[in-house]
Design a protein around this ligand. Structure first.
Ligand code: SAH
Ligand code: AVI
Length: 721
C-alpha cells in the first residue's frame, strides 16, 4: 500500500489509535502475557515446519519494529545484535537472507533471557521514537507493526497447542480461550444479495489485502446463524464422512488417504468416547461447541454431506456487515472457511518496498477464512478481514459456517415460493418444539378460509377495525398528500383498503403486498374495476423481506397501511425489524397506518380463535392439507386437533395442531415422529397495549402522529411519520 494511503488512513484513525504509545505498550504486553504460562523449554521447541517456537515469535515481532522503524527513523539507533536480522526475519526477501523456517526450533542461542532483553531494548527505543517528532509515515508503520504483533499473538497459541498436543501426558496451556457454545438453534438467515459492495471503506486500519472496495454480484442466499457444532460433525463422521470419496474434492480425498484423517486434528477417541485436545488439555468433547481444527477439504466435504455449501467471502462479509445481529459466533469462536480463493481484489497492488511483501505474495493456492477466533486478540479482527491458509492446514482455529442458495427470484416466483415452503416445513418439523410460520396458511384455500373467519360472530377484530377505520377515515385522508401511493402489507381481499381509497381520492397509486397470489390477483382486479383512475401495482412477495419499492412509488410520497393486527403474527423482534424495513421503504417523508388488536378479556380473545362452527380449526388444519398437496405429505388431518390457547406471559393467542396419538408422518420423503399430545405450533397472535405498539414503532424509527382506539372489543389504529 502506498505510503500516502497509509497516512490518509491514519489521519482518520479512531482515538485509541491516535494514542500510539499507549497502544504500543498494551499490545507488546499481551505477547508477554501469552508467553507467561510457558516454561523456557515450552518456548524453545518447534513441533512442525508450519509452527514456530514462542521464543522466535517474541523475537520476530521485535525485529519488525527494529528493522522497519528504529533503523530507518530513530537517529543514532544501535542495532541490538546484527545476527538477529538473519535469525528473526520471517519472509522478507527485500531485507536479506534468513534462517530456514523448519529449523527455528534448533536455535537455542540466543536463549529466552536474551530475547527478552532484545524486546526491552527495542521497547525503550520505540518509546523514544514515539515521543519524538517523527514523520507521519512512522505512525502508519507502527500501526502495521502492532497488527503484525497481534497476528503473532494468535500464532503463539496455535503453535503452542500444536506443540502440547504432541505430548503423551496431555499438558494444558491454561483457561481463558474457550470458544463457547452457540446460544440458539441454527437458523438460516436470508440475504437478498444483488450488487453489493465489499472491502475496507478506509476508515480505520485495514491490511492492504482488504481493499480496494469493490462491487460484487450476489445471488440470493442464506447463511447459517451459527457455526457447525461438534455434534453435527460427529453425525457426519458416523455417516461415513471420512470414508466416502463422493463427498470430497479430489485433492482432499488424497489427503484423507495419505494422512489417515478420520476426525478433526485434535480429536482423540477412547473408551469414554471422543475427547478433544485444546488449550485446557484433553477434555470430553463439548457437543454444542463449534467444531475446530478442520481443513478446507474437511469443511467442504461436511458441507457437501449436509446438502449445503461454504459461503464465498463476499457472501460472508455482506451478511456480517448488513445483519450482524442475526449471527452468532461471527468473530469470537473460530475462523470460518470460505469457498473463495485468496486472491487480490480487483485493482489490488501490493505496497512498494519490504512491507509490500506482507500479503500480496501469498495470493496463490490458499483459501480465505473470515471472522475471528477465540484466540484472536480483542479488537484485531473486523468484518473485512481476510485470513488465509492452505486448504490442507488444520492447526489454526478454523471452523465452518454453512451457506445455501435461496431460490432465484426469491419467494416472488412460483418456484421460489414452493422451495421456501418446502424448506420452512422440513425445518419446522425437525425443530423442538415443532413450528411452521403462519404465512404458509395462505394458499388459495387458506385465504378463502380467512375471509370466512372475518365473518364469524366470535372473530371481532375485523368488525372492530372496520368500524374504527370508517370513523377516522376523513382524519387519515387529511394527512395523505396528493398523488401519494398507498402500500399495503398483507392486503388479502383489500376490503379495508376501500375505506381509505374512498376517503382519499387524491391517492395516485395503490401497491398491495401479499404472499397469497390468488387473493392478491382477485383483490387487484376488483380494485382496478372500482377505482379506474388509480394505478394498481400488486406485489406477490413476503413483506418481511427487504424488497424493492414498487415502480409506481417513484416520485410519489409513500403511505404504508398495515391493518388486521397482522403485526401480531410476528415476534416482537421480527415486528420491529419489519417496521424498520417499512421505515426504509416509506422514506423520510413517509407515513404509516398500523392496526393492532388490544389485550382484553381472555374469553373474548380465545373464542375468536376457537369458533363454534369450526372455521378456524379448518383454517389451521389447511396447513396440513397444503403440506399433503404440495409436498407429497401423508398427514391425516383427522389425527390432529386444533387448539387455541392464551399465553399470558407472552401476551399472545397461540394456535397449535396437536397430534392425537403417537405417529410418524412423511413429508417430501422425510419422516417426522410425533408423540401423543405433541404440538405443531402454527401461529401467534400477539395482543398489545398502546405502549407496546408505540415502543416497537419508536425502536424502528417511527414517530407517533396520532392514535385512535375503538369501543370494546378494543382495537387501535396508529398513524406514524
Ligand atoms: N389485511 C387483511 C388481511 C389480513 S390476513 C385484513 O385485515 O383483513 C393476513 C394477510 O397477510 C393474508 O392475506 C396473508 O396472505 C398475508 N400475509 C401473511 N404473512 C405474510 C407475509 N410474510 N408476507 C406477505 N403477506 C403475508
Ligand atoms: C391475519 N391475522 C392477523 C389473523 C389473526 O388474528 O392472527 C389470522 C387468524 N388466525 C386465526 N384466525 C385468524
Amino acid at each position: 500500500m502506498a505510503t500516502d494511503q497509509w497516512t490518509a488512513r491514519l489521519a482518520r484513525a479512531d482515538e485509541e489509535e491516535r494514542n500510539l504509545l499507549e497502544r504500543f505498550r498494551a499490545v507488546r504486553a499481551v505477547s508477554l502475557a501469552r508467553a507467561a504460562p510457558l516454561s523456557a523449554e515450552d518456548q524453545q521447541a518447534q513441533s512442525m515446519p508450519d509452527a514456530s517456537p514462542t521464543k522466535w515469535h517474541l523475537a520476530h515481532v521485535t525485529w519488525f519494529f527494529e528493522t522497519f522503524l528504529l533503523t530507518p527513523f530513530l537517529p543514532g539507533y544501535r542495532v541490538f545484535d546484527p545476527a538477529f536480522g538473519y535469525l528473526f526475519n520471517s519472509y522478507y526477501e527485500a531485507v536479506g537472507p534468513r534462517h530456514p523456517r523448519p529449523a527455528r526450533g534448533l536455535v537455542t542461542r540466543p536463549g529466552l533471557e536474551r530475547v527478552l532483553a532484545y524486546r526491552a531494548h527495542v521497547d525503550a527505543a520505540m518509546e523514544r521514537l514515539l515521543t519524538s517528532d517523527a514523520p507521519a509515515e512512522v505512525a502508519e508503520l507502527v500501526v502495521l507493526g502492532l497488527a503484525h504483533e497481534e497476528q503473532h499473538q494468535e500464532l503463539i497459541l496455535m503453535d503452542v497447542l500444536h506443540l502440547l498436543a504432541q505430548s503423551p501426558v496431555n499438558p494444558a496451556y491454561g483457561p481463558g480461550f474457550e470458544p463457547g457454545v452457540a446460544p440458539a438453534p441454527l437458523e438460516w438467515i436470508e440475504l437478498h444479495g444483488g450488487c453489493v459492495t465489499i472491502g475496507t471503506s478506509g476508515n480505520g486500519f485495514a491490511f492492504d489485502n482488504e481493499g480496494p472496495r469493490h462491487d460484487v454480484l450476489l445471488r440470493p442466499y442464506r447463511l447459517a446463524s451459527r457455526l457447525v457444532t461438534n455434534r453435527e460433525w460427529l453425525a457426519f463422521m458416523e455417516d461415513g464422512g471420512y470414508a466416502r470419496a463422493d463427498l470430497w474434492l479430489s485433492d482432499g480425498w488424497a489427503r484423507v488417504r495419505e494422512e489417515g484423517w478420520d476426525a478433526p486434528l485434535y480429536w482423540r477417541s477412547g473408551e469414554a468416547g471422543w475427547r478433544a485436545i485444546g488449550l485446557t488439555g484433553l477434555q470430553p468433547l463439548d457437543l454444542d461447541a463449534p467444531v475446530l481444527h478442520v481443513s478446507y477439504y474437511e469443511a467442504d466435504a461436511h458441507a457437501t454431506w449436509a446438502g449445503k455449501r461454504l459461503p464465498t467471502e463476499a457472501e460472508w462479509e455482506h451478511g456480517a456487515v448488513t445483519r450482524p445481529e442475526a449471527f452468532a459466533q461471527l468473530s469470537d469462536a473460530a475462523w470460518q472457511w470460505t469457498a473463495s480463493a485468496y486472491l487480490g481484489y480487483p485493482g489490488f497492488k501490493p505496497a512498494r518496498g519490504a512491507v509490500g511483501e506482507y500479503n500480496g505474495k501469498f495470493m496463490m493456492g490458499q483459501m480465505t477464512l473470515r471472522g475471528g477466533a477465540s484466540i484472536t486478540p480483542a479488537g484485531h479482527a473486523r468484518p473485512t478481514y481476510r485470513n488465509f491458509f492452505y486448504p490442507h492446514q488444520r492447526w489454526m482455529f478454523s471452523g465452518v459456517r454453512l451457506a445455501e442458495d435461496a431460490p432465484a427470484g426469491g419467494e416472488a416466483s412460483e418456484e421460489g415460493q414452493a422451495e421456501a415452503f418446502r424448506h420452512d416445513v422440513l425445518e419446522g418439523l425437525a425443530r423442538r418444539p415443532k413450528s411452521v410460520p403462519p404465512k404458509w396458511f395462505y394458499d388459495a384455500k387458506g385465504s378463502e378460509l380467512f375471509e370466512a373467519i372475518t365473518e364469524l360472530p366470535e372473530y371481532y377484530p375485523t368488525r372492530a377495525e372496520t368500524a374504527l377505520l370508517s370513523r377516522i377515515a376523513p382524519e387519515l385522508a387529511a394527512r395523505i398528500p396528493p398523488d401519494a401511493i398507498l402500500i399495503e402489507y398483507g392486503s388479502g381481499a383489500s376490503a379495508k383498503t376501500r375505506l381509505i381509497l374512498d376517503a382519499a381520492p387524491q391517492l395516485g397509486a395503490y401497491a398491495p403486498i401479499d404472499i397469497s397470489v390468488s387473493a392478491l390477483e382477485a383483490a387487484a382486479a376488483s380494485i382496478r374495476r372500482d377505482y379506474p383512475s388509480l394505478l394498481v401495482e400488486p406485489l406477490a412477495r413476503d413483506f418481511t423481506r427487504s424488497g424493492e419499492a414498487p415502480a409506481a412509488a417513484a416520485g410519489r410520497r409513500r403511505v404504508g397501511f398495515f391493518p388486521g393486527s397482522t403485526i401480531g403474527n410476528f415476534d416482537p423482534a421480527e415486528a420491529v425489524r419489519l417496521l424498520a424495513e417499512a421505515r426504509r421503504l416509506m422514506g423520510e417523508d413517509g407515513l404509516f397506518i398500523l392496526g393492532a388488536d388490544l389485550v382484553k378479556e381472555v374469553r373474548v380473545m380465545t373464542s375468536a380463535y376457537d369458533d363454534v362452527a369450526g372455521v378456524t380449526a379448518a383454517f389451521n388444519k389447511n396447513l396440513l392439507a397444503r403440506i399433503d398437496r404440495e409436498l407429497g405429505g401423508d398427514v391425516d388431518l383427522d389425527t390432529f386437533d386444533h387448539r387455541a390457547v392464551w399465553n399470558a406471559d407472552d401476551s399472545r393467542i397461540e394456535m397449535h395442531l396437536v397430534s392425537r396419538a403417537r405417529q410418524t408422518v412423511r413429508v417430501a420423503g422425510h419422516a417426522f415422529d410425533f408423540a401423543a399430545g405433541e404440538s405443531l405450533h402454527t401461529e401467534n397472535s400477539y395482543k398489545f397495549t398502546v405502549e407496546d405498539i408505540t415502543g416497537m414503532a419508536k425502536r424502528a424509527g417511527w414517530t407517533l402522529l396520532e392514535r385512535w382506539i375503538g369501543p370494546p372489543p378494543a382495537f387501535a389504529v396508529f398513524l406514524f411519520g
